[in-house]
Design a protein around this ligand. Structure first.
Ligand code: PEP
Ligand code: MG
Length: 566
């Protein structure tokens, strides 16, 4: 694998480019063999207690560096490692003839089962114990720590995949790019990478065969990782990186087509901290605020006061602007331990989104209350919406609760084919629809958005997906209700034009994608967008649709190059 110029193909996230050495995320440690130890019991006990103390200190140190809520979580993990009941249990197992590794493994597993048996909050801590057990055993055996590696120098992180919490906590001064073997273009790893402007390629099979410290070029626009590049390739990338750093920014303007039709361009955000960058990129508001990203690490439901603080901060950044906040979308790829309790065989088809909120109605009501309070304290135009709505009845349920809480604009996300097919009836009850093309594509093509092996199916250019978008667009136009797009499809400039041609009235995306989409919209009129949409709809596949529209749009560009909006 380390031969010069080996290339791995994956799915690029955005247009970034990076060059640097690889550090791989270590694989989880296997279960230690249950064989007699080579040292005597006293020596094994000394090893175990030293490893427990070192691990606790390392966890506390990570907490100090991370700060905020991460520090609280890590401090409580360190306290678990220092629990004397646990060290006594480990010592007793060593006295009974186990090695330190095996005693730690069994001791933690027993505590884990105990917590699971107690249910509720304590059961939610079970995965923490698994993680700590791995860390203590890695310390004992001198192996790399599980989880995101730490390094003093910048590196390209290679991983099978990352949990959303790992991606959210990445140290961006050190991780200059991310390459995963798993994950599709709309996996949350990809979405968070885009939101944080991390150069990333997902679904690059073979990534885990690349050795640590190999130098790689990560070219997200091409979706290619070049392992051990030639000196010429390195020089070319370095000069490209220098010229990108010196680029003059394009002036910002509201989103509009060439004929002046306004198409507001909004930002997808996962925290209020992203607001400044969104405004700098010319976002006219927020089209999707993913509230669950605020609480991925939380083990108990967030309080009204805690949420209100986050939402007030967000709304205050957009006075007079539209801000669409999505209720907690828990489940499948974004499990929240305080909501998704029962294990499910097919979590994407399980109790997720609005279904999970409904099963925890007080959490939903608290979130609506926090939003209503934040709304009253700010000047933004707050809209709220429910994720994963699949029936008319669910639409009525959510809009009723939102209105009871005093929220004036309540809509639903269309992410399930059933909602798109019944959009006329759903929009009769909802104030607006926002199409989540990531899940809509996953469910239409029956392809898990997290699975690299089916990433090719996760293509929103597919005419089946576009036909469903068209259903919602038609219903919105007939009823005079707004239809936004907030899935990653809106970030693809040419596809954005098609989505407008299918009836989308606003587009929301990661801030870094706004510039490209703004420029593309200005190249075409609404009539041309309709024309392209028809072309895409009549194709047999995503690739055919893309090729047909690309050809038609390039032909138009040559015959009609001067049309533009002032
Ligand atoms: C979507 O499914 O398109 C969407 C915007 O929601 P998420 O990606 O957070 O599931
Ligand atoms: Mg979704």
């Amino acid at each position: 694998m380390e031969k010069q110029g080996v290339r791995l193909q994956g799915v690029g996230v955005g247009q970034g480019l990076a060059l640097g050495p690889v550090i791989r995320m270590p694989d989880p440690l296997p279960e230690p063999a249950d064989v007699p130890p080579s040292l005597d019991a006293e020596a094994e006990k000394a090893r175990a207690s030293a490893a427990l103390a070192t691990t606790a200190a390392l966890i506390r140190h990570r907490g100090e560096r991370a700060g905020g809520t991460a520090k609280d979580v890590l401090d409580s993990q360190a306290a678990m490692v220092e629990d004397p009941t646990l060290s006594d249990d480990v010592a007793a197992r060593i006295d009974a003839g186990k090695s330190a590794e095996r005693a730690v493994f069994e001791g933690f597993a027993t505590f884990r089962d105990l917590l699971v048996g107690m249910g509720g909050y304590l059961a939610e801590r079970a995965t923490d114990l698994d993680d700590i057990s791995q860390r203590v055993r890695a310390t004992l055996s001198g192996l790399p720590m599980p989880g995101v590696p730490e390094s003093e120098r910048p590196f390209v992180l290679f991983a099978h995949d990352l949990a959303p919490a790992d991606t959210a906590l990445l140290d961006l001064d050190k991780v200059i790019a991310l390459v995963t073997a798993e994950g599709g273009p709309t996996s949350h790893t990809a979405i968070l990478a885009r939101e944080k402007s991390i150069v990333a390629i997902v679904g690059a099979s073979g990534a885990m065969d690349v050795a640590d410290d190999s130098v790689v070029i990560v070219d997200a626009a091409a979706g290619i990782v070049t392992v051990s590049p030639t000196p010429e390739e390195i020089a070319a990338v370095q000069s490209e990186l220098e010229s990108r750093a010196g680029e003059v920014p394009i002036p910002l303007a509201p989103g509009a087509l060439a004929d002046g039709t306004p198409i507001p361009l909004l930002a997808n955000l996962g925290s209020a901290e992203g607001a400044r960058e969104a405004i700098e990129h010319g976002a006219e508001g927020v089209g999707l605020f993913r509230t669950e990203f605020l609480f991925l690490d939380a083990t108990t439901a967030p309080t009204v006061a805690e949420q209100q603080e986050h939402y007030t901060k967000l709304l205050s950044a957009f006075p007079g602007r539209k801000v669409v906040v999505r209720m907690l979308d828990a489940g499948a790829d974004k499990p929240l331990s305080f909501m998704n309790v029962a294990p499910e065989e097919n979590p994407a088809l399980g109790l997720r989104g609005l279904r999970a909120l409904r099963a925890n109605e007080q959490i939903l009501r608290d979130q609506l209350t926090a939003l209503a309070n934040a709304d009253a304290a700010s000047e933004a135009d707050l809209w709220v919406m429910a994720p994963m709505v699949s029936t008319v009845e669910e639409t009525r349920y959510f809009t009723r609760l939102a209105r009871e809480a005093g929220l004036k604009t309540a809509g639903v996300m269309v992410e399930v084919p059933s909602s798109a097919l019944l959009a006329d009836r759903i929009l009769a009850d909802a104030d607006f629809a926002s199409i989540g093309t990531n899940d809509l594509t996953q469910y239409t093509l029956a392809a898990d958005r997290l699975l690299g092996s089916v990433a090719a199916f996760q293509d929103p250019w597919h005419p089946a997906v576009l036909r469903l978008v068209g259903e919602v667009g038609r219903a919105g136009a007939a009823l005079g209700k707004p239809v936004g797009i907030c899935g990653e499809a809106a970030a693809d400039p040419l596809l954005a034009v098609i989505l407008v041609g299918l009836g989308a009235t606003s587009l929301s995306m990661s801030p870094s994608a706004l510039v490209g989409v703004r420029a593309e919209l200005r190249r075409f009129t609404l009539a041309q967008a309709h024309e392209f949409a028809q072309l895409a709809l009549s194709a047999n596949s995503a690739n055919e649709a893309r090729a047909a529209v690309l050809e038609a749009s390039s032909a138009l560009q040559h015959t009609n190059p001067t049309e533009k909006v002032e």
